[in-house]
Design a protein around this ligand. Structure first.
Ligand code: HEM
Length: 412
């Protein structure tokens, strides 16, 4: 079978759906990164994939992805007890309702401050502006000092790390340099935090104090990797915020209802119902994380198929979020799907499936929903125009976004 690494890089989000369409129903076999691979989707496949007897993460992620997106030694690459002990750190930081609400309040404050400035400019690129405001919010929350110049520079680095992970071109080298710069800076902050005991109760100090399954503290560089695994993906909510802006532009009839939500994110962790439904639909509809992958540690069996030891097993997140078996009219943007109804655990999987505490599922879903429930109603209430621009979202680019970055003008 021919290797599909190049078609994946060339076709991006369209690669796996295309292959699935051509091959017909059932799991799709292919080759990726020189290994035999199989792609699965659907709630049963999620349960299969997140069982460690079936799929392991160690050595599944290629070096170029670690050196840009996740960092070496990251929680993403651990299995078993080592994973559970490290994951507990993220769960305690990110699934604490008061902590998430505090972060959402910072997002709201930074929005107010930025939106005032937008009014003084003839036009702004929404993508760039949201990345800076989220950087200020999450760094303030996590205990990372930033002045205004550093905020813009840090936002550029955090965005670059995500933007450059799936390409071999200049964006990739930018991403590597950005990661090195930020790891070095944050490793110094970790050492400083350790030298001054009794510091504040924030993410930086929690990571500095964390002990792994072996009872040891993380070396400063790995600690920096994990601090970045909190702040980088929070800033990556920029992609979804811009997709939300795109959805509002395409569906002006949804604006009034979203604007009517107070957009508050209370201590109890509850966002407005429609804002939350809208955020779920943005996460379902728009392409961001394409799939997750791991290796079969032994011969395993999936619906009558043998998956040989060493096979790369892909869980097709984007495909599952557009599977007509699960989502009637999957290519229609419709927040109604989620009004008064939370999706099942293994049904909506933009950030992975399974259990966030025990498995590799993203621990940041509450943060994403809180940030979007804060940002999008405020955007819906903002007065602005959308001048002529290229709003196409190319599926071959990974990660993708509206080409223009979503320019708005006449903000009031
Ligand atoms: C911006 C939108 C986001 C998307 C699309 C996203 C997506 C994902 C995906 C697909 C995974 C892998 C799941 C797996 O391997 O099975 C993941 C893992 C992870 N995410 Fe997110 N995520 C987002 C936001 C966040 C946020 C806001 C945070 C933290 C504040 C976060 C922290 C993490 C961490 C630490 C992991 C590793 C979990 C583990 O390996 O156990 N993510 N995310």
């Amino acid at each position: 079978m021919i290797d599909h690494t190049l078609p994946l890089l060339a076709q991006g989000y369209a690669w796996l759906p295309d292959l699935t369409r051509r091959r017909g129903p059932g799991p799709v076999r292919t080759r990726l990164l020189g290994k035999p691979a199989i792609a699965l989707r659907g709630p049963d496949a999620v349960a299969f994939f997140y069982d460690e007897d079936h799929v392991r993460r160690r050595s599944a992620l290629p070096e170029p992805v670690l050196s840009t997106l996740f960092g070496k030694g990251a929680v993403h690459t651990l299995d078993g007890e080592a994973h559970r002990a490290r994951k507990a750190l993220f769960v305690s930081l990110l699934q604490d309702a008061a902590g998430v609400a505090a972060l959402a309040r910072r997002v709201a404050q930074e929005w107010e401050r930025s939106a005032k400035e937008w009014g003084d400019r003839s036009e702004v690129v929404f993508f760039d502006e949201v990345s800076v405001l989220l950087t200020r919010a999450v760094c303030g929350w996590a205990g990372i000092p930033l002045d205004d110049r550093e905020a813009r520079r840090t936002a550029e680095d955090l965005i670059a790390m995500v933007d450059g992970f799936a390409t071999a071109g200049p964006r990739h080298w930018l991403a590597r340099r950005a990661r090195n710069r930020q790891e070095e800076r944050i490793a110094r902050l970790i050492e400083q935090a350790r030298s001054e005991p009794g510091g504040p109760d924030d993410a930086l100090h929690a990571v500095a104090a964390h002990r792994d399954a072996d009872g040891e503290r993380l070396d400063p560089r790995t600690a920096a990797v994990e601090v970045l695994n909190v702040i980088r993906p929070t800033v990556a909510v920029t992609w979804f915020a811009v997709f939300g802006a795109h959805a509002l532009h395409r569906h002006p009839e949804l604006r009034a209802r979203l604007a009517g939500e107070d957009g508050g994110y209370g201590e109890d962790g509850a966002g407005g119902d429609y804002a939350r439904a809208f955020a779920h639909e943005v996460r379902r509809f728009y392409p961001f994380a394409p799939f997750v992958a791991g290796l079969a540690p032994q011969d395993v069996h999936w619906q009558g198929e043998t998956i040989a030891e060493g096979t790369l097993v892909l869980l097709d997140l984007y495909g599952q979020n557009h599977d007509p078996e699960l989502w009637p009219r999957p290519y229609v943007f419709d927040p109604e799907r989620f009004v008064g109804r939370e999706p099942g655990r293994d049904e909506l999987v933009p950030q992975g499936g399974g259990d966030a505490a025990a498995d590799h599922r993203c621990p940041g879903e509450d943060v994403v929903l809180a940030a979007l429930s804060t940002l999008l109603p405020r955007l819906a209430r903002l007065g602005y125009e959308v001048p002529e621009q290229d709003l196409r979202i190319p599926l071959h680019r990974m990660p993708t976004r509206p080409r223009s970055g979503f320019v708005i003008s006449g903000v009031r």
